[in-house]
Ligand binder design. Structure first.
Ligand SMILES: Cc1cc2nc3c(=O)[nH]c(=O)nc-3n(C[C@H](O)[C@H](O)[C@H](O)COP(=O)(O)O)c2cc1C
Length: 230
């Protein structure tokens, strides 16, 4: 009985402490600067809007290639990584690994990993490099792709912008594989392959939601692969 009371007392104290910490973090967020407060409330509003429906989130998500200089909060980074770590994987093998990069020099190096299409990484405050071990999963490309996709959607849900930067099967201007450049820059061991880089940051431009009039319904077939007669 005494043991039970003590346990409940400690649980109560721990949860009070936890609440207090959360409160302090929240208040700190609000008070650091007026602009931070503005951004926070704006983001809250946007996020609430987007959270109404997953179908809306999918429609609103667009590739973001321009970012503001604002750093990501630690909470946002953790939320992004949670999404990646919760990604489904073939046979539950979790063949992926993630390298979180916020060092400006490294971001610059990553932006030069291929001839075209990676420049945006230099302007992002953060990039998550998605790796996988082919000896752990024969479908590592799919595993790593799902994790990449979930991070893109999670970023949008946080009111952030993100873009998938392809590394696998891409080359630098001199024909060298983009993967090798990334491997050297981040000290990635030989047994891991590099699929993609997810560049993330606060949106630096507006993008229109997906235009549903452009949906390619003709790509969808029912039961048999037949194109409808015109
Ligand atoms: C497998 C894959 C690879 C991609 N690679 C790049 C890339 O290297 N650089 C880039 O700027 N965008 C890249 N994208 C983003 C696409 O260009 C983008 O999703 C497409 O143009 C549709 O635009 P939206 O995402 O704004 O709807 C990639 C997307 C996918 C799915």
């Amino acid at each position: 009985m005494v043991y039970g009371m003590c346990t409940s007392f400690f649980i109560l104290r721990i949860s009070c402490f936890d609440m207090l910490l959360r409160e302090i973090r929240y208040v700190w967020h609000l008070h650091t600067s007026a602009s931070r407060f503005f951004c926070l409330s704006l983001r809250r509003k946007q996020t609430d809007l987007k959270m109404e429906k997953f179908s809306e989130l999918i429609k609103i998500r667009r590739s973001m290639r321009k970012f503001t200089e604002q750093e990501l909060s630690q909470d946002d980074v953790v939320t992004l990584l949670r999404a990646a770590l919760m990604a489904p994987s073939s046979k539950g093998t979790h063949a992926w690994e993630f390298v979180v990069v916020d060092n400006k020099e490294l971001l610059q190096k990553l932006s030069e990993c291929k001839e075209r299409g990676a420049e945006l990484v230099a302007g992002a405050p953060l990039a998550v490099v998605v790796l996988a071990d082919p000896s752990v999963s024969d479908v590592w490309v799919e595993d790593a792709s799902v994790a990449t996709t979930l991070m893109l959607l999670q970023a949008e849900d946080l009111g952030l912008g993100a873009c998938w930067v392809q590394v696998r099967n891409r080359t630098m201007a001199d024909g060298k594989p983009a993967e090798e450049m990334v491997r050297m820059a981040l000290h990635i061991p030989e047994h891991l392959r590099v699929l993609s880089i997810v560049a993330v940051g606060h949106k630096g431009m507006e993008r229109k939601p997906f235009d549903e009039s452009r949906l390619l319904w003709e790509k969808v077939h029912f039961n048999l692969f037949e194109t409808p007669e015109e």
